[in-house]
Design a protein. Structure first.
Length: 124
């Protein structure tokens, strides 16, 4: 499976909002740099970054605008991440960088988005 295919499968797990599937793409050494919110290393810390939204979302729909693998193997994504929260649709417009090792695990996931713009779409 190519690194691009691994990230596609990861994004499918995100859309299914399946914690076990999502976390199966990481190891204790994996790093998630959620740029506006800080960095998390390891399974527990990565889920702690995702949980505030994923634990309460009734629907997750990450729409991919661009997903490409560079010659280096790094996978780049441009997305609109939609979450149904308390009957309201919140959106995070993101650019992501994903590095995958030879074992098929995400070693680095870095997302960039405008936190204030995203928070403005969330239910109060």
């Amino acid at each position: 499976m190519s690194k691009l295919d691994i990230i596609k499968a990861f994004l499918e797990a995100i859309n299914a909002n399946d914690k076990d599937r999502i976390m199966s793409f990481f190891t204790e050494q994996s790093v998630f740099e959620n740029k506006p919110l800080g960095s998390a290393t390891g399974l527990e810390a990565i889920w702690a970054q995702l949980a505030p939204v994923h634990d309460i979302a009734t629907d997750v729909d990450w729409q991919i605008h661009r997903l490409e693998e560079a010659p280096s193997g790094t996978v780049y994504s441009e997305r609109s991440d939609y979450y149904e929260l308390k009957g309201q649709r919140a959106v995070f417009h993101c650019s992501g960088i994903h590095e995958v090792n030879d074992a098929g695990k995400i070693t680095l996931w870095r997302d960039y988005f405008d936190l204030q713009q995203s928070l403005a779409t969330m239910p109060q």
